[in-house]
Design a protein around this ligand. Sequence first.
Ligand code: AQP
Length: 321
Amino acid sequence: MRVLSGIQPSGNLHLGNYFAMMKRMIDYQESNDLFCFIVNYHALTTVSDPNVLRQKTLDAAMDFLALGLDPNKSHFWVQSDLPEVHELTWLLSIVTSMGLLERSHAYKDKTAKGITATHGLFAYPVLMAADILICGANKVPVGKDQKQHVEIARDIAMRFNSSFGETFVMPEADIEDDIATIPGIDGQKMSKSYGNAIEIFADEKSLRQRVMSIKTDSTPVEEPKPIKDNPLFEIYSLFLDDKGKQQLKERFETPGLRYGDVKKELFGVIWEYFTPYREKREQYSKDKAYVYDVLKMGAEKTRKVAQEYVTKARNNVGLNY
Ligand code: AQP
């Protein structure tokens, strides 16, 4: 199975990114053909400072490596090191109707939040379709917010195949129901740009502050606490197996539980969970030359696959005059 997913270097990576996508990708690398990349062209739709983009791109690469992505078992690269993706984007755009793109929730949400409605933002799903189709991916592990984009990629692939003959593999979004939308400290979807994220590699003080600020309701101590729409319960559950979740549920339902105590405990759980990764992350930050080499090698390896798909698409539309 060919598994592909990407992450935007648009800020510091957080628990939503980790549990919905990064951890699952790392687990998949053992028994699948893994394609994992840092989508810096996409990030350009929201990041306007070149230094920030450079720094966050390298940070995302170090984060992934520290968390266990093995560049020898996978294809791991930065999107802009694969220029073929732009040729494919154009070829796909000729079968992409305006209506399809106008229905994109992400585009509507971002423009509603005040982000300028540029062509780049509007055409984002076509570039994402090219990212997926250029590698022949079957499975795309994502959070729920990206489901529609993967469906758009399927739609575009189908239209291209029916217009020009069988060219692309049909990709499918791979979403885990329990973690489809991980809440941030305010209960809204955790997001780099909403200021509500718990960052994976936050320092101890910031992590403690973040966890202590998770929004809770005003249920009196002597009453049972709700678990539905309760970000404290949902975030804590990410670190527990089924038995642990059941025990946490029972604790919430037992009168006397103090949210403050649970938050202190959760801080300890998160800090400890990421400690070994944090140590590896520090090692990578002292050996950036290695990280650049890994990315260069990853791009070369991926370009071989990409060129096959682009050549097939070029030939099928008749560019091979
Ligand atoms: N809160 C979340 N719950 C579940 N999945 C999430 N993902 C992100 N936030 C959550 C998933 O993480 C992967 C990488 O995301 P991305 O960086 O490519 O873009 P995004 O979805 O736009 O993430 P952010 O953090 O919300 O970034 P900004 O603020 O820059 O838009 C994706 O699979 C995504 O579903």
